[in-house]
Design a binder for this molecule. Sequence first.
Ligand SMILES: Cc1cc2nc3c(=O)[nH]c(=O)nc-3n(C[C@H](O)[C@H](O)[C@H](O)COP(=O)(O)O)c2cc1C
Length: 323
Amino acid sequence: MQILQQLRSSLEKLLLGPWDLRHQCTLGLHDPQSEVTVWLHGLGPRRDVTDNHLMACGAPFTICIGFDREESALTKGVANLALKFHENSSNQELLGEIALQFTSSLHVGSQTLCFFHTAGYQNHCLPRHYLWTRSLRETLRRPPTRDGEVAITAHESRAMSVFYICPRPVVLVSVAEGQTGNMFPMNVMGRVGNGYFAFGLNGTRSAAPLVELVGRVVLSSIPFEQASVATSLRGNHRKPSIDWTQLPFATTKPDGVEIPVPEFALRIREMQVEAAHKLGSHTLFVAKTIRDQRLGDGPEFFVAHGLYRAWRQRKGLDHTETT
Ligand SMILES: Cc1cc2nc3c(=O)[nH]c(=O)nc-3n(C[C@H](O)[C@H](O)[C@H](O)COP(=O)(O)O)c2cc1C
């Protein structure tokens, strides 16, 4: 039995490479992270959009970038727009690229959010044959799409793996009105410029309609050590409401905040939703931050694609705070 296991492990290493095999890794980083910079190419000199973009929708995989109103017109009809992901720990190595195809835009206040589908992608984290075998393994292991859900294509899934080369924070969202309330993890989100923030919630879950109804949320930043308890609230996305007393941790209401937030929150941001925009599997909410309060310090819960971790291991740069 042991020999069989050893044989299997050696074969896996041979085919998939000796580095981390997981689809996703959990990291402890300070926010905003500085490990990977995301550059937008194709609109004159390249511009740093690390802090000004997000995944807006899973299916179809849609990337959103925030622009000033006047600038947004420039993005239409540009044939060679692309995001490039460069690491900052060694030689600014190029780790991945996504070619963008403009699809639509949304004006909110002074900002215009431009939406793009992916016209192509390249992942440079591992030699090509390892990427190919890993992607084959992922395709074979992919669970079937549930009824009523929009399927993500293999192309989109690989483009997403490039997008998640850049570590992305996970927060716990609190939302409540009267007796109805919920708290759930979220990482489809990002700043889109001029004080605007956007986040995407799957339209087939119960969380999205509740946020649309209430129009106000509190985002709590999670200490890295609480990553698994925050993840354990994933099922709340499917619940219309929760009993706050049943949460697996203590909550608090900091001065002036009417919704319970985790006692361990490192930072809370209260946001007023200004627009809700349906984009396929997800509804994109665009919000303004009305309160931003730091309650503690330390590494926060981030996620990245396993291929980014594998690249770091390959370069001897593995993180100290990972699970
Ligand atoms: C860490 C984490 C972050 C998540 N972020 C989002 C998000 O930003 N938007 C969203 O619609 N769902 C988000 N989800 C919810 C999942 O995509 C999924 O809908 C939820 O876990 C319920 O599905 P399940 O029963 O298959 O787990 C997140 C889940 C986890 C664990």
